[in-house]
Design a protein around this ligand. Structure first.
Ligand SMILES: [Mg+2]
Length: 366
């Protein structure tokens, strides 16, 4: 089998209202945009992939220049070519999921099954995306988490004194697992620069979370390349430390494992590694005693790719983005079916390949 073409499409979804993602300081996000890729083969099998949009930047011709003529089953060669692309181009890791889509469709099996996983449901945690005052957040948790049968929620705070929000939420829900993401690992400087935390800031915050109890993890309290400081923070607090969602490539992720710098490694297959290397890194993390719970907040294709990885890695949680107007239908706006939880669990797709179907009516230039 040979790859015969790579074609890129742009998809935009106008949301019903806006929210203020903590990873784009000062920005009111009113639309969800994605870049879709179709990888075609001479066997008549087409794979799909999607990644974040950088103002509609197109690079399908450049990808085609490297990938056309290659066998999609030859993952070593294809990943080597994506490594070459990355030397001077944008992150191409999401494109690799299209090759797994092809391999799975060719075999008539879902990706997780090819990689040794099962379709067992994975517990979700409701992942918020904005800082919200305690009163509104408590209302949100009642409606979207507790009443829905979800067992954990991830709060967003960006400033040290916002530990008060976590404290009030803890008081309202003494038994709920709370995860706390402070988004200091990376940020998009579209409007305002991010405010970084020092090691001492992060430690002070972690110590306050220790007192609250029941905090499942503290996520990205430090910039994403400060491996040694992450390791030191882990040593200094009993709160588990999570991170690495947007580190770039297997080398950076290996560094977190090598330095024993995290309790929970969150490498996103669509942003950081591709599926194959996410599974490899998850195995390395497991051997080190590090949990693997990938970030999923990109789009429906990225969610599917990471869900297949979770099914292989045995991840204890699945990140379920939920911050209205951002909901499962917004996440998967260009798919025929959204990923919705049942009783606090999501099921890995069982159709061949990624197990997703693009709704081409939702794609701008299809
Ligand atoms: Mg995060």
């Amino acid at each position: 089998m040979q790859i015969t073409d790579v074609t890129q499409y742009h998809a935009t979804h106008e949301m019903d209202g806006a929210f203020h993602p903590t990873w784009i300081p000062g920005f009111a996000q009113g639309s969800h945009e994605a870049e879709l890729f179709e990888v075609e083969t001479d066997a008549g099998i087409t794979g799909v992939a999607a990644g974040p949009s950088l103002g509609g930047l197109r690079y399908d011709d450049q990808l085609a220049g490297l990938l056309v003529g290659e066998n999609p089953h030859d993952m070593r060669t294809v990943l080597g070519k994506l490594d070459s692309f990355r030397l001077s181009g944008p992150r191409p890791w999401h494109v690799e999921m299209a090759l797994w889509d092809i391999i799975g469709k060719d075999a008539g099996k879902p990706v997780h099954e090819l990689l040794g996983g099962t379709a067992d449901p994975v517990p979700v945690y409701a992942s918020t995306g904005a800082v919200m005052d305690a009163e509104d957040r408590i209302e949100y948790i009642d409606e979207h988490v507790v009443d829905e049968g979800i067992q954990a929620v991830k709060l967003r705070v960006t400033e040290l004194d916002q530990v008060d929000i976590v404290r009030e939420v803890r008081a309202a829900f003494p038994d709920l697992t709370l995860l706390v993401d402070v988004n200091k690992g990376w940020a998009i400087r579209a409007v305002e620069p991010e405010v970084e935390w020092s090691y001492k800031d992060a430690l002070r915050f972690a110590r306050q979370l220790e007192e609250l109890g029941g905090v499942g993890w503290l996520e990205e309290p430090l910039p994403r390349h400060q491996y040694a400081r992450y390791a030191a923070l882990r040593e200094a607090t009993t709160v588990p430390i999570a991170g690495a969602e947007f580190n770039d490539g297997v080398g950076e992720l290996t560094e977190f494992v090598r330095q024993d710098a995290l309790d929970v490694l969150q490498a996103d297959a669509a942003l950081a590694t591709g599926i194959k290397r996410a599974v490899d890194i998850a195995a390395m993390a497991d051997a080190n005693g590090t949990e693997f719970v990938p970030h999923t907040w990109t789009n429906g294709a990225g969610f599917a790719a990471n869900l297949h990885v979770m099914a292989v890695a045995g991840s204890p949680w699945c990140e379920y983005p939920l911050e209205p107007p951002w909901d499962p239908d917004v996440v998967s706006f260009f798919l025929e079916e959204s990923f919705t939880h049942k009783n606090g669990h999501v099921e890995p797709p069982t159709d061949p390949g990624l197990g997703i179907t693009v709704d081409w009516d939702a794609v701008d230039d299809a």
